[in-house]
Write a protein that binds this ligand. Structure first.
Ligand SMILES: [Zn+2]
Length: 306
């Protein structure tokens, strides 16, 4: 079976807009762009933004609340894009049914809009949860067009937190795939295993550690292959996709995070999905793309979970 060298179709890894990072440090340019009538604003609340027929709804300056927290997202031609954090009152006043979570809209939007929205959601979630200086406790202020926060007491600069996590398609010597159910998921929901990279830990070591902790499976270190990454800003993960080959097949789940795990061949995946006995993660997730790559073709249509 031939495989592409790296994952295609990572729906939250699409981006066509030049981020123009150098302009973030130019407050005069940013102030001018904010007032420019051609500038487009993407309003974000709780990982959601309004979508009309697969297109992001953009707002004009006069439509967004005064003193909103804004993030310069980049430029396309002469048009600048900004993200804007808005509250639930704003959502209620602007066709609330059209506000879709990025987990849903990520598979509907164009490359440009998906890329813009992922950045806006990541910055909104970070600014919302990281409001004080970790050194001295002072309330920090937005800096560099929303991409950092500055402490006015000790002048320290704080960057958006991004937590790396590994997600691994494990197969056995018969090329069966290891799929597991998390304790908080209902019966039949399964995915590949994943876990956060710990402090001071290389990602490849995290692959070996997480798979063993959660399933009792030892993977061959020589078989670990990196396949691509996707931001997962709910609230601040970066998923690093891998595949690895198991050295043993006796599964022993941890019973806490993972309550069951089994090996499946392709015929079983097809049959169990078609009969709705197995539910796989939605196409917007890197897990779906890892499983698709192993399966070798589009997965059977099925009610994905979430
Ligand atoms: Zn401080």
């Amino acid at each position: 079976m031939s495989h592409s060298p790296i994952l295609a179709d990572l729906l939250l890894s699409r981006s066509t807009t030049d981020r123009c990072a150098e302009l973030r440090k130019n407050p005069e340019w940013i102030a001018g762009a904010l007032k420019d009538p051609s500038t487009l604003f993407i309003c974000v609340s709780n990982s959601s933004a309004p979508v009309n027929e697969s297109e992001l709804r953009f707002f004009a300056l006069e439509e967004i609340p005064q003193d909103s927290l804004t993030y310069f997202l980049g430029r396309e031609g002469d048009v600048a894009f900004f993200g804007v954090s808005v509250n639930t009152d704003f959502v209620s006043a602007h066709d609330p049914d059209s506000w879709l979570n990025l987990r849903v809209s990520g598979s509907l939007l164009s490359d440009r809009d998906a890329g813009l929205l992922v950045a806006a959601v990541a910055l909104d979630n970070w600014n919302f949860t990281h409001t004080h200086c970790p050194r001295c406790g002072t309330h920090t202020v937005p800096n560099e067009a929303g991409w950092t926060r500055r402490c006015p007491t000790d002048e320290s600069i704080h960057f958006p937190r991004t937590d790396p996590a590994v997600i691994v398609l494990v197969s056995d010597p018969d090329d069966r795939v290891l799929l597991a159910r998390q304790s908080r998921w209902p019966e039949g929901w399964v995915s590949v295993l994943a876990g956060f990279v710990e402090a001071g830990e290389p990602a490849e070591t995290a692959v070996i550690r997480e798979i063993f902790e959660e399933s009792g499976i030892r993977v061959d270190p020589q078989s670990i292959e990196y396949l691509g990454s996707q931001p997962w800003p709910f609230p601040n993960s970066l998923m690093l996709g891998y595949q690895a080959r198991a050295l043993n097949t006796d599964i022993c789940v941890d019973g806490e995070e993972i309550v069951e795990a089994h090996w499946y061949d392709r015929d079983q995946v097809r049959e169990l999905c078609e009969t709705q006995k197995l539910h796989l993660p939605p196409p917007v997730s890197i897990a779906h793309q890892l499983i698709t790559r192993w399966y070798g073709e589009k997965l059977p249509s099925n009610t994905s979970f979430r």
